[in-house]
Design a binder for this molecule. Structure first.
Ligand code: OGA
Ligand code: NI
Length: 339
């Protein structure tokens, strides 16, 4: 059965949303769980690497480490990726979603059959039997040996070139962040990267497309979740919608032009033996604007065993997580089995 796309539903001019999208009262945006307006940490990483200069490098590392411990999410600026490249990335992604519906359907994924790459809409109903107000495109971005351009959008023709350029630039940022996150824990700076597979570290691109929603106060874009990745680096368009759970409240992430939003994912929580927090987050939708976001999930290869870093474990600090392959971790999380 062909999926009903949220974009088509939204475009059909409905004034109220179908029941499957309506959240139970206490799980709706704007419920009493909404928090005061505090700002998530915004970190200038211009001095993240290079020689220690007047303590600027140490300060940047400390800011990153404490944000990763206390929030599990922060925004970075002066990351070295040009505004122009981010605009091109957003432009080519938007062009895909602007294609006629039948063109987009040629890229349909089939999650039930294990074909994860391509165009998708979540069909599986969760515990509350609810659906998310979102369509997406998903493909492997890195390493080059694992990507299949056939599964990437063919239109516009520059899609591949722009995403390849973005992948290379983003990898530099990922490497710097992983170094800082290692140093903050007192281990060698290449530790995290090596634990995640070194050169085999994988990056996956997801383009999230949240159409305007006639009743945004009743629905969610993505449900509360933590990412299975090690780090997720996300650029959003200018329509806010991402929220993080902090001290019992949902806190909105402010839109900062050209900033990259960094999420700590489950694998870094495990590697750091709980020092870094895999952040619970969700997204809300807008009544009259399209929200888009481009998260890149950075993960170890499937067969890589991930457990707390050995140097962090001693008598006083026993391991809080069981070591297992990333494939096993995903299997257990998807099937809601104990980790
Ligand atoms: C995700 C996600 C948030 C957003 O796709 O995993 O959390 O801001 N997206 O779109
Ligand atoms: Ni997420």
């Amino acid at each position: 059965m062909a999926a009903v796309r949220v974009q088509s539903l939204a475009g059909s001019g409905i004034a109220s949303i179908p029941a499957e999208f309506i959240r139970p009262l206490h799980k709706r945006p704007g419920a009493n769980t909404d928090g005061p307006s505090v700002q998530v940490p915004l970190i200038d990483i211009a001095n993240i690497s290079g020689p220690a200069h007047q303590g600027l490098r140490e300060k940047t590392i400390a800011d990153i480490g404490s944000a990763a411990s206390e929030w599990g999410l922060f925004q970075v600026v002066n990351h070295g990726i040009s505004e122009e490249l981010i605009q091109r990335l957003e432009g080519v992604g938007k062009e895909f979603f602007d294609l006629p519906q039948e063109e987009k359907e040629k890229y349909s994924n089939n999650v039930a059959a294990g074909i994860l790459e391509g165009y998708g809409t979540k069909l599986a109903h969760n515990i509350d039997g609810k659906l998310e107000w979102i369509d997406y495109f998903f493909h492997i971005l890195w390493p080059p040996s694992k990507r299949d351009f056939e599964t990437w959008p063919h239109h516009p023709p520059s899609y591949i070139e722009v995403n390849d350029e973005y992948a290379k630039a983003l990898l530099e940022v990922v490497n710097k962040l992983l170094s800082a996150l290692s140093v903050y824990l007192g281990v060698e700076e290449n530790t995290m990267k090596e634990e995640l597979g070194g050169e085999d570290l994988e990056m996956e691109m997801k383009i999230n497309y949240y159409p305007p929603c006639p009743q945004p106060e009743l629905a969610l874009g993505v449900e509360p979740h933590t990412d299975m990745s090690s780090l997720t680096l996300l650029v959003p368009n200018e329509v806010p919608g991402l929220q993080v759970y902090k001290d019992g409240h949902w806190v909105g992430v402010e839109y900062v032009p050209n900033a990259i939003i960094v999420h700590i994912g489950d694998q870094l929580e495990v590697l750091s033996n709980g020092k870094y927090k895999s952040v619970l987050h969700r997204s809300v939708v807008s009544k009259d604007k399209v929200r888009m976001s481009w998260p890149v999930f950075c993960s170890p290869p499937a067969n890589k065993v991930i457990g707390p870093i050995k140097e962090l474990i001693d008598e006083k600090n026993p391991p809080l997580y069981n070591a297992k392959t990333f494939a096993e971790f995903k299997h257990r999380k998807i099937n809601k089995l104990k980790q």
